[in-house]
Design a protein around this ligand. Sequence first.
Ligand SMILES: Nc1ncnc2c1ncn2[C@@H]1O[C@H](COP(=O)(O)OP(=O)(O)OP(=O)(O)O)[C@@H](O)[C@H]1O
Ligand SMILES: [Mg+2]
Length: 462
Amino acid sequence: MTRSLRWRLTLSLAAVVLLVVVSIFVSLRVILHDILAGNINEDLSAQSGQVRAQIALSDVTNASDLDSAAVATLIETSSFPVLIRDLEGDVIASSTGMPVGELELTEEERAAVLAGGVVKERVEIVGDAHQVQTSRLTIGHELVGILQVGESVEALNDVDAAVETIAVVAGGLGLVLALLAGFWIAESNLRPISRVTNVAREIEASDLSRRIAAAGEPVEVQHLADTFDAMLERLQRAFEIQRNFVLDMSHELRTPLTALRGNIDVLLLEPDLGEELSQTLVRMKGEVDRLVRLTSNLLYLAHADAGREVARAPVELDELCLEVCQQMRYLRSDVKLSLGRQEPVTVTGDRDLLKQTLINLADNALKYTPSGGSVTLSVVRRGTEAVVQVADTGVGISEEDLPKIFQRLERAESGSRTAGAGIGLFISEWIVSAHGGEIKVESRPGEGSVFTVVLPLDEVAG
Ligand SMILES: Nc1ncnc2c1ncn2[C@@H]1O[C@H](COP(=O)(O)OP(=O)(O)OP(=O)(O)O)[C@@H](O)[C@H]1O
Ligand SMILES: [Mg+2]
């Protein structure tokens, strides 16, 4: 998930939003807390001042007067918690709202207060949190006791808790919203990239002349698409150069090779050729035939790549089978190449291409059949279709290789690996499908193979 750009963007945005929300609420809590705590401290100072003023107005003139009934009444009836201690720290008077037992004054605190300091602390008074301020009590310049004043901090605690609750809710809500918004933003921003990827994928599968042309997409995506288009341009040119080269070379090679073959045939007609010489000539003829077949396949490969249309003329398949059989018989004297059932069948198409298909299939059959085996070419009519079969008793093709053999440059691993370029069946399949037919194969390893070509019959001749 983290390797997806979409998720990375979404999570980053959510993290930023969460950070912002948390920072805002932490600052808010600190500021509010400080303001409210400051107010409480001011109140406490004001209350301490009020107590001091009231005591000053009463008859108290020294420390021993503090124990009087007047002071006790004054303190008891106070509207806020008040406590007065003598200089030793013992309680002299306390308000009803500030039970003595709940307040403590340690020796250090007492010493600090008597030295002029103010001690502030949090304590529970009758179940309520209070802020208590302890300071010294003076009359005139005389130090007479210790004064403790308290104020409830429940309101402050309530505000703190409320801010924390709102922070958790807002953080959670913000996180969910940020995830949704982040996913939507990432999705809509990455959509142009997905579009470019899809077009690029289609181009790979179809033809190189197409371009992505991402006009109207965001600039960054346009740059990516332009770079890819430039690469396609170069690739297309390289393919065209290669195709034209193959086309030219196979053309150039075919003419002298055909002439060479004709000359060998003429030489073979000589009556007084010795046995050895004529055998050499036959072998040469076989090699030249192999070269002619290969160059023809290369030529048709270039045609297939260029998407060439096939010629449409009547072709008699039975005649073609006979020709191929006669032409190739001499290639293997140890394998019997013969004609099987031959029905007069005519299809519409390109004679040269269809002959090349039969030559390729017969060549394979002869090549992959061991000595003593046989290869049979047959052609029959089945309904509105012509069915040509090339059957052999050769090495066969394993089940795992069967789906691969029609692919360009694929050669079966099993069976005997003889010389070959691996394009014969690819070209044959292209030729057959360009004629509106299909090519199938059935094979059993060790027993042989049957290649079946099914073509639609010529409508006029049948
Ligand atoms: N009749 C057959 N018997 C056994 N294997 C076969 C037969 N026909 C084809 N094959 C297997 O299919 C593969 C592909 O055949 P294909 O004709 O395309 O290439 P090739 O014969 O190796 O080379 P070339 O391009 O010279 O024809 C062969 O390499 C071979 O392994
Ligand atoms: Mg072949």
